[in-house]
Design a protein around this ligand. Structure first.
Ligand SMILES: [Zn+2]
Length: 275
């Protein structure tokens, strides 16, 4: 299967968000309080050329994110976006010869603003997301948690992922994305409580489109929880599950903001991990 890495501009966050420092509310406050910005990171979205139609995993950022609600301390102190309209996913897919009509399915790993930011480019697609994640965007608590559902296209009505009690490696359930069963979602809670990752089973290899399960391959391998996960134990257990998958199968691990993700995909560079 051909998979395209689409870089939808860059984002800058604090180092303490990429690698959480300390514990509890202290850890979760550091992305706002710390002054140490990390280097600019890419924001990848992924397009899979599949016999059942193109599947897009996450939709990236949009140029509107350069202006964010000022009342929210995370938006004011913890994140900066750098993206022009032509860097959004729609124009980049068109340049690859993939039009809106070709994209049959969009899967969202979670609903953070740099993952649902390109939804407007997919008015004709089936859009899948976890029901718990969609619910979390609503109301005052959704706003406090940094979701911006008011920026979704008015037609946006996602279908919820249909979870089945079928285990896959260390994961206890899956939600099929294709009829063939070769693209599946697995639960990777942590960064958000209902975060999912998408696994493309391409021949012998599992390509994990990890969203923000970790910001880097390195922090997954070291089991370092990020600075925003609400529950450290849940996040740690997900990182352990991903390492278990890597030990069981040849795995290529592709987080949204890992600067080496596109290169690992093009070189099909697998994770080396002892079983
Ligand atoms: Zn996120």
């Amino acid at each position: 299967m051909r998979i395209h890495a689409i870089e939808t501009g860059r984002v800058q966050i604090k180092q303490a968000q990429i690698e959480g420092r300390g514990h509890g509310l202290w850890r979760q406050a550091q992305p706002m309080l710390s002054r140490k910005w990390a280097d600019w990171s890419p924001t990848y979205a992924w397009a899979i050329e599949h016999p059942e139609g193109v599947i897009v995993v996450d939709t990236g950022a949009n140029a509107g994110l350069k202006s964010l609600p000022r009342w929210h301390p995370f938006f004011q102190f913890a994140v900066r976006f750098d993206i022009e309209p032509e860097q959004e996913i729609g124009p980049q897919l068109r340049a690859l010869g993939i039009g809106a009509r070709d994209v049959k399915t969009v899967v969202l790993t979670h609903m953070h603003i740099d993952h649902d930011g390109g939804l407007a480019h997919f008015p004709l697609s089936r859009i899948l997301a976890d029901g718990g994640e969609i619910a979390r965007t609503r109301g005052i608590s959704g706003a406090i948690n940094g979701y911006l559902p008011q920026r979704w296209p008015t037609w946006f009505a996602p279908q919820t992922l249909a979870w089945q009690p079928t285990p896959y490696g260390p994961f206890r359930r899956i939600a099929p994305v294709t009829r063939a069963g070769d693209v599946i979602a697995v639960p990777t809670p942590g960064h958000t409580p209902s975060h999912v990752s998408v696994i493309v089973r391409d021949g012998v290899e599992d390509i994990v489109l990890a969203g923000d399960a970790s910001y880097l391959e390195r922090t997954m391998l070291s089991g370092t929880v990020d600075g925003v996960s609400p529950d450290e134990a849940v996040a740690k257990s997900t990182l352990a599950n991903i390492r278990a998958l890597c030990a069981q199968r040849p795995t290529i691990y592709l987080p949204t903001h890992d600067p080496h993700a596109a290169e690992r995909l093009s070189q099909r560079r697998r994770i080396a991990i002892a079983a």
